[in-house]
Every structure is written in structure tokens, then in C-alpha cells.
Ligand binder design. Structure first.
Ligand SMILES: [Zn+2]
Length: 65
């Protein structure tokens, strides 16, 4: 099974909705992810700190040209 690069999502603590981080990772790279990461939330505009336990990998959808 080939590895597909997917978007890393977390749940925004302000709005409770899934929001994508800047990370794009293969599953193996996601599993190896360590430490805390920060990004500016596109939902609420605040800076969120997250680690792998907060995040999940979104499977890439159908490719579009
Ligand atoms: Zn947010």
C-alpha cells in the first residue's frame, strides 16, 4: 500500500470544528511526529499549540488537475 501525503488536522478549541494545520505528511512521518507545534488557526485566527495526540491525518481525496 503506497503512502499518500495528507493534511494534518486538529480540532479548533475555540470553535470545536476540524481545522487543517500547515502540515502535509505521509502516515509514517505523522506517526513519527514529536513535540509541540504552533500554527495560526484559519477558523478563529488564534495561535493553537498542538501535538500528535491532538491531531489526525486526513486521507487525501481524489486527485484533481
Ligand atoms: Zn482555532
Amino acid at each position: 500500500m503506497s503512502e499518500v501525503i495528507g493534511r494534518v488536522l486538529i480540532r479548533c478549541p475555540e470553535t470545536g470544528t476540524p481545522v487543517e494545520t500547515v502540515f502535509r505528511l505521509r502516515p509514517s512521518a505523522f506517526e513519527a511526529l514529536q513535540g509541540e507545534h504552533r500554527f495560526r488557526c484559519t477558523r478563529c485566527g488564534q495561535i493553537h499549540t498542538w501535538n500528535k495526540d491532538d491531531a489526525w491525518l486526513e486521507q487525501a481525496g481524489p486527485k484533481r488537475a
